[in-house]
Design a protein around this ligand. Structure first.
Ligand code: PEP
Length: 240
């Protein structure tokens, strides 16, 4: 399966951040490898500029969230239709930071993923257990429940991506053992079709990318902190 390496910039990046993407492209002598998909999800303010500036360089641009509705009285929100209009082709939904900060339920995440498909975006649906849930031996059951509640209904031709991101591994420098990644990705694979890419996310960095990306059923990575620095993100792309 074609790997997808996705960078989630979160709430980081002003207009000058395009220079970091230029450095990433310079690392690949102007255009990215065509054996994999490379996606950057910058803050919403940068989507349109990044999409027009980098579309010919083989970079895909995505959003970090969308509202279930196409338009309407939802101050401060952004719809999937607006993201695609700005040049995005993917959107992250259900990131654990949104589930925690904005109390997003599985049902809301599912509605957002459905909105993404309606608009023609590929949703990256995030799932993952807390440390307490893993310690209690509930990790696979929790993720299975999240998948059941968060995955959209799909029709022929719809593309979705699942990102397994253990909450306790995000931004902490800690990662599950490779055996735990194997077990969880195999479990997720049993819930989704064979054509669905399953990304691993949580403290992916140049030093661990190669071994994680080599595992069965790991079809790419969702990268937070290390996607903000061109040299690190380039090393992770090379590892894939
Ligand atoms: C993320 O926020 O999706 C993420 C994986 O972050 P980090 O790589 O910094 O752990």
């Amino acid at each position: 399966m074609r790997p997808l390496i996705a960078g989630n910039w979160k709430m980081n990046g002003l207009s000058g951040a395009a220079a970091e993407v230029d450095r990433l492209l310079a690392d690949f002598a102007g255009s990215t490898p065509d054996s994999l998909d490379i996606l950057i999800c910058p803050p919403t303010t940068l989507i349109a500029a990044f999409a027009s500036r980098f579309e010919n360089a083989g970079l895909l641009i995505g959003g970090q969230d969308c509202h279930p509705d196409a338009f309407g009285a939802h101050t401060g929100d952004i719809s999937a239709e607006m993201l695609i209009d700005a040049g995005a082709c993917f959107v992250i939904v259900g990131h654990s930071e949104r589930r925690a900060d904005h109390h997003e339920s599985d049902a809301l995440v599912r509605a957002k993923a459905m909105a993404a498909l309606r608009a023609g975006l590929t949703p990256i649906v995030c799932v993952g257990e807390s440390e307490a849930q893993r310690d209690a031996g509930q990790a696979e059951a929790v993720v299975a429940q999240q998948l059941k509640g968060s995955l959209p209904d799909t029709r022929e031709g719809d593309e979705i991506v699942v990102a397994y991101e253990p909450v306790w591994a995000i931004g902490t420098g800690r990662t599950p053992t490779l055996a735990d990644i194997d077990a969880m990705h195999a479990s997720i694979r049993r819930h989704v079709g064979h054509g669905v890419r399953i990304l691993y996310g949580g403290s992916v960095k140049p030093s661990n990318a190669r071994e994680i990306l080599a595992r069965d059923n790991v079809n790419g990575a969702l990268v937070g902190g290390a996607s903000l620095t061109a040299a690190d993100f380039a090393d992770i792309i090379r590892a894939a």
